[in-house]
Design a binder for this molecule. Structure first.
Ligand SMILES: [Mg+2]
Length: 350
């Protein structure tokens, strides 16, 4: 770009603009195009309001140079249409007009213009105005980038705040949020909702005998195992706290929940993670409480959690290494026998 005369310092290099030049006079456009090309910009020409609008939509220019007086719709109308068509965006509009009254400038700014130059415009003044608009545009782009970075950082923060660092499962915060959502979804869908709370048997003894590093590794392994058991997209395993895990199983009836729990215990039996301090098995086991309901307006997360917790307590008192459901009035051992008799399976009826 050629330097304006007596320029005090070397100008900052700004990227060239793609300019939409709107003027009904071919001779005016010719002069301006030559000036803009000399400054390194690319130019698209429109000779009417209508062609200006269609080129603006098709080309998305960086800046619009806009004549005021044109046959048919004038430049003010064009500016208001351009502003209406870019919701949330901002393309600089500089009016070029032979009208030099204050009210002309006022109307130009009111209709959506950013600047107003009286024709004939000197090349230096035009270049200076374009540079000012380029700087504003650069700041605007930086603001958009910063706002994108902020949005991404916020999303990461939300994800981290809902995740348990040790198991990479959702934590209590994420679980509470999801349980509320699934209660509402089950109400809408009139579908059974199952909540499972489970707890590692004799985990204090596990930590005492093997140390907390092994204890953490065990929690991590169990987290992976629960994640692997949740095959449907809306099944939601979470670390509820300490050695307690919670599972939300949408669209899961009572019998299906019990069969799920039985499969979980069987998987643990096959995995056979050694547990040196368990008085019920040589390997790691779980006890669990299950509650299943068809949620209505009175169903609350607190109520479901209380019921699952009471069922967990019942499973512990029934000898551990089993899951109990008050709704079915049986634990997983009894359900296995009932299942043999009735051939009920996961996904069966409530
Ligand atoms: Mg004109």
């Amino acid at each position: 770009m050629p330097l304006p005369p007596n320029s005090p310092s070397k100008p900052v290099v700004l990227p060239p603009l793609h300019i939409l030049l709107v003027d009904d006079q071919a001779s005016t456009r010719q002069v301006l195009v030559a000036q803009l090309h000399a400054a390194g910009h690319t130019v698209q020409e429109a000779d009417s309001a209508e062609s200006a609008l269609s080129l603006f939509r098709a080309q998305a220019p960086d800046l619009v140079l806009l004549d005021v007086e044109m046959p048919g719709h004038d430049g003010y109308w064009v500016a208001s249409q351009l502003r209406a068509s870019e919701a949330g965006g901002w393309t600089p509009i500089i009016f070029l007009s032979s009208l030099n009254q204050d009210h002309n400038l006022w109307q130009a700014i009111e209709s959506g213009g950013d600047d107003y130059l009286v024709k004939p415009v000197s090349g230096t003044v035009l270049q200076a105005k374009l540079r000012a608009m380029q700087r504003l545009r650069r700041m605007q782009n930086r603001l958009i980038e910063l706002s994108d970075e902020l949005r991404i950082a916020n999303e990461q923060l939300t994800r981290i705040s809902h995740e348990d660092a040790l198991t990479a499962l959702p934590n209590r915060r994420g679980f509470d949020l999801r349980l509320q959502q699934e209660i509402l979804a089950a109400q809408r869908e009139q579908a059974p909702l199952t909540l499972v709370l489970c707890d590692i048997d004799f985990f204090k003894g596990y930590n005492d005998s093997l140390g907390h590093v092994e204890g953490d590794a065990c929690l991590h392994t169990l987290g992976r195992l629960l994640q692997g058991m949740c095959r449907r997209p809306r099944d939601y395993p979470a670390r509820y706290g300490g050695e307690e895990f919670a599972l939300i199983l949408p669209c899961t009836p009572r019998s299906g929940a019990m069969t799920f729990a039985r499969a979980l215990l069987r998987t643990l039996e096959l995995k056979a993670i050694p547990h040196p301090r368990s008085s019920i098995a040589p390997y790691l086991t779980l006890s669990g409480g299950i509650t299943t309901c068809l949620p209505d307006k009175t169903t609350s997360a607190e109520g479901l959690l209380r019921r699952a917790d009471e069922a967990l307590y019942a499973a512990k008192s029934r000898g551990r290494n089993c899951f109990f459901s008050f709704e079915m009035q049986m634990d997983t051992r009894e359900q296995r026998n009932a299942g043999r008799a009735a051939s009920s399976g996961f996904g069966g009826l409530t």
